[in-house]
Design a protein around this ligand. Structure first.
Ligand code: GDP
Length: 332
């Protein structure tokens, strides 16, 4: 009697139940995930990865749906990951949101999955990369990771993609806010959605101008031309300009192609950092001893810095902060 095939084998065989299960392992930080990843490693790296971020209401879900629909007309298979780093489990609201994507869910060439935060620091960014890896190994041609809003946590999530698309729309101060919040810095492609609304042309013009100002000095210094994020207008709701958005994403991908491996290595290094941080966090604070010890110290009058220095001195004596403030060694 032969043993039943492993979950990785079943994933590589194209079984959707294995796909869903492995993404859950990724999401939960399941201890079985690392060895499963090892078994699918040879199939990684083929899918194009696009991240979509921007303020709530800009039209990210609508646009993601349209991008997927247009990609499907070219026979490309699409995996969509909708990530909410700010909400704790479980994706009730997010899944509700997905109902609008119902037309995609019955299509066998399209897969949609939501993930929300399990609360651990950096955990959702780590889980996103793991889930994208699983979808990549499964064999989707195009992966889209979409976040619900905009902020550091969202950028950590979409930053793992090859191409980051920032979606904005006309409305009170959106363009100015984007410039202030550093959104332009993270964008590889800027999309002005709701081009059917008043103010869209103005916003596109303003964005193009500030992108130009931002990238001009860099181009002066270097012989290698920097990527200048294009500003693309579309109306996701009216299905206008979607192919222009896809073309801009493809152009960025073509720009990367000479050094896609290098570009991805930087992102992969970030993932290593997430994994290390997550494991350390769990190792230190997941064990009751440290938490109790620190609570006692603080109750006894230690400042947070004194207690932290004592913990660090014990865990990583080589760190500069460790041993500072003359804190005493904890005995855990
Ligand atoms: P998200 O929060 O960024 O995902 O935005 P949604 O995709 O949920 O869209 C927010 C609202 O904007 C919804 O009511 C959409 O129907 C609407 N919307 C999306 N795209 C367009 C568009 O191109 N034009 C107009 N007028 N409304 C749009």
């Amino acid at each position: 009697m032969s043993a039943s095939p492993s979950i990785s084998t079943r994933l590589l065989d194209g079984q959707r139940t294995a796909l869903a299960r492995l993404i859950s392992w990724a999401e939960n930080g399941d201890a079985r995930f690392p060895s499963a990843l090892l078994e699918i490693k040879q199939r990684l790296g083929r899918a194009a990865r696009t991240g979509i971020t921007g303020p709530p209401g800009a039209g990210k879900s609508t646009l993601t749906n349209e991008l997927a629909r247009h990609l499907r007309t070219t026979e490309k298979t699409v995996g969509i990951l909708a990530v909410d780093p700010s909400s704790p489990i479980t994706g009730g609201a997010l899944l509700g949101d997905r109902i609008r994507m119902e037309d995609r869910t019955t299509d066998p060439g399209c897969f949609i999955r939501s993930m929300a935060s399990r609360g651990s620091h950096g955990g959702i960014a780590r889980a996103t990369v793991d889930a994208l890896d699983v979808m990549d190994a499964f064999g989707f041609d195009e992966l889209i990771v979409e976040t619900v809003g905009v902020g550091q946590a969202e950028y950590d999530v979409v930053g793992a993609a090859d191409t980051v698309v920032v979606v904005l729309c006309p409305g009170a101060g959106d363009g100015v806010q984007a410039m202030k919040s550093g959104l332009l810095e993270v964008a590889d492609v800027l999309v002005v959605n709701k081009s059917d609304m008043p103010g869209a042309d103005r916003l596109a013009k303003d964005l193009a101008e500030s992108v130009h100002i931002r990238t001009a000095p860099a181009m002066g210094k270097s012989a290698v031309p920097a990527w200048v994020p294009p500003v693309v207008s579309c109306s996701a709701a009216k299905d206008e300009g979607i192919d222009d958005v896809l073309a801009a994403i493809a152009q960025h991908r073509a720009f990367l192609i000479d050094d896609l491996a290098g570009h991805r290595a930087i992102k992969r290094a970030n993932q290593v950092r997430h994994v290390v941080t997550e494991h350390l966090d769990e190792a230190i604070w997941g064990t009751a001893g440290w938490t109790d010890w620190v609570a006692d110290e603080v109750r006894g009058g230690s400042t947070a810095y004194e207690a932290a220095a004592a913990v660090l001195a014990h865990l990583v004596p080589a760190l500069p902060m460790a041993g500072a403030h003359g804190a005493k060694e904890p005995s855990v």
